[in-house]
Design a protein around this ligand. Structure first.
Ligand code: UD1
Ligand code: UDP
Length: 364
């Protein structure tokens, strides 16, 4: 059983669902969507043509961590008891993943953690994700680490080396098929006379004051540079939307649009000049595309992208974002240095590797 519930989990688990389903003599695949996200999850499921066997429908407006954790835990219990899977696969660091892994643990069902071993070692950042991924790793039997660094993080915590596998990140599997030379979109046509800035933001620890500071800095920099236009496919969280509209409305070179389907978003990334984000997944995708990313966070669990030169941590202070964003726009050498494509998160074959490992490991 694969259990997931948010947009990024779906983007990284659907390639694995498809891979496992392509081997019907080896796997019987059950998909349990928790519905922690609704519209943003459904968008991805329809893109990949994945229809969940179970949907827990947990999302509600203004949901708290208590709501998500308790709803997933209580609702997935019946599904696990009905299906009795031989293994439950969860992904990354969301509250869906934590609660689903905990439920499997309570029922003595082995857990496989896809995208295991990412760490900041700071429970406050990202919050609550650093706790979630460490907790999932406590109860996991198999660890599918995307990189050698994440493998080492797990070994440093005395996880058994024979259960830790470096597979690459399944998110890169999708990227191989989405970006196209001949892709067009009306919003890209609008921005084609300018340097395109792509923006996303949603982290819980950035809600409120930090998010206002981020938006103010972006607007100030862009107001001073008339050759820039920005597209901001905004997260559906009403708190994010409120802050963005308060700070960014009335500036006609910045367009706030609804979340893009993943195929569109990848092509927008490929056409952008600079990406500003607090997202995790975008930090993994951007190095393959050679797109400079200013990461509006104080920590990152993706040091490989920083080492590759594509990512720069700029914090959430208005001054630091203003300074680093201006510098990257004004200094061609700086821009050039951050624009080289590299592949620290794998070759796009992570799902096939995970399938192969599961066949070996689950043999009776
Ligand atoms: C969640 C994950 C985070 C991940 C992010 C990806 C947790 C605690 N957080 O954060 O790790 O990086 O997803 O985007 O697991 N909403 C909708 N429709 C949707 C999705 C969200 O209306 O399709 C609104 C709802 O009002 C919801 C709110 O957004 O209450 C927040 O969603 P939630 O999943 O709680 O938090 P995210 O910030 O999305
Ligand atoms: N993404 C998307 N549409 C958008 C914005 C992002 O499909 O409008 C994709 C992006 O390519 C990446 C993932 O969503 O694969 C990142 O999701 P998000 O930032 O919500 O979560 P995080 O990765 O921070 O957990």
């Amino acid at each position: 059983m694969l259990a997931f519930g948010t947009r990024p989990e779906a983007i990284k688990m659907c390639p694995l669902v498809r891979e496992l389903k392509s081997r019907p003599y080896e796997f019987e695949v059950v998909v349990c969507a928790t519905g922690q996200h609704r519209e943003m999850l459904d968008q991805v499921l329809s893109t990949f043509g994945v229809v969940p066997d179970h949907d827990l429908h947990v999302m509600k407006a203004g949901q708290t961590l208590f709501d998500i954790t308790s709803d997933v835990l209580l609702k997935i219990k019946g599904v696990l008891e009905e299906e009795r899977p031989d293994a439950v696969l969860v992904h990354g660091d969301t509250t869906t993943s934590f609660a689903a892994a905990l439920a499997a643990f309570y029922l003595h069902i082995p857990v496989g953690h896809v995208e295991a071993g990412l760490r900041t070692r700071n429970l406050a950042s990202p919050w609550p994700e650093e706790f979630n991924r460490q907790a999932v790793d406590v109860v996991s039997r198999w660890y599918f680490a995307p990189t050698e660094t994440s493998r080492q993080n797990l070994l440093d915590e005395a996880k058994p080396a024979r259960r830790v596998f470096v597979t690459g990140n399944t998110g890169i599997d999708a990227l191989r098929h989405t970006v196209r030379e001949d892709y067009t979109h009306p919003e890209l046509d609008w921005a084609s006379d300018s340097r395109l800035i792509l923006i996303t933001a949603h982290r819980r620890e950035n809600l409120g004051v930090p998010m206002h500071r981020m938006f103010r800095a972006i607007r100030r920099v862009m107001e001073e540079r008339p050759d820039t236009k920005a597209i901001y496919p905004i997260h559906m969280n009403p708190q994010v939307r409120r802050a963005a509209h308060e700070e960014l409305d009335g500036f006609d070179r910045l367009r706030i649009i609804d979340p893009l389907e993943v195929v569109d978003f990848h092509n927008f990334m490929a056409r952008s000049y600079i990406i500003l984000t607090d997202s995790g997944g975008i930090q993994e995708e951007a190095p393959s595309l050679g797109k400079p990313v200013l990461v509006m966070r104080d920590t990152t669990e993706r040091p490989e992208g920083v080492a590759a030169g594509t990512l720069r941590l700029v914090g959430t202070e208005e001054g630091s974002i203003y300074r680093e964003f201006s510098r990257l726009l004004d200094d061609p050498a700086e821009y050039e240095a951050m624009s080289h494509a590299s592949n620290p998160y794998g070759d796009g074959r992570a799902s096939a590797r995970i399938a192969g490992i599961l066949i070996q490991e689950m043999r009776y």
